[in-house]
Write a protein that binds this ligand. Structure first.
Ligand code: FES
Length: 170
């Protein structure tokens, strides 16, 4: 039996090191696009996620009121709680309507009766955008589509909202 130690030459050491580092870098380059390709398949559909927005149906009347809430968002290791808002009211049938406050022109925030010249309308101050109470854009003003309507559920008299759904333009 030979006691001769096996020596690693400088050249072999460099080869092993560079191969290892190169493999590590190649794996890093592959993981990101692979994750992007597979991620949507693994994710839960958020269409079924309804959030308690902290208001009971009894507190909602026929005048639009703004409500704000936060949602929990997890992106990889990063957790955040972005805020959401809606204008909610009951229509003439007593059904709850929840509109997104984001103007469909360029994304400013609309207000109910935000302009003295346009009572009973949602008003966008950025470019004088107007929407009727049901969120439909007024023709001749900059927005070309109605305000999105939130998906909603009522559980034990409490309003839960899902995603805002875009609508066709007026
Ligand atoms: S962003 Fe609302 S009218 Fe332009």
């Amino acid at each position: 039996m030979s006691n001769k130690k096996q020596q690693v030459s400088r050249r072999q050491f460099l080869n092993y090191t560079l191969t290892g580092v190169g493999g590590f870098m190649a794996a890093g380059l592959l993981v990101s696009p692979l994750r992007m390709a597979i991620d949507p398949v693994l994710k839960h559909s958020s269409s079924g996620d309804f959030v308690n927005v902290g208001i009971s149906v009894d507190e909602i009347n026929d005048t639009p009121q703004r409500i704000d809430w936060t949602v929990e968002q997890v992106d990889g290791w990063y957790k955040s709680e972005p805020s959401r808002s809606a204008w909610v009211y009951k229509d003439e049938n007593g059904d709850v309507v929840a509109l997104s406050p984001i103007c469909t022109h360029l994304g400013c925030v609309v207000s109910w009766e935000g302009s003295d010249q346009h009572p009973d309308h949602f008003y966008c101050p950025c470019h004088n955008g107007l929407y009727t109470k049901d969120g439909v854009n007024v023709p001749g003003t900059p927005p070309l589509a109605p305000l999105p309507v939130y998906e909603q559920e009522i559980r034990d008299g409490i309003l839960f909202l899902g995603n805002p759904i875009e609508r066709e333009g007026a």
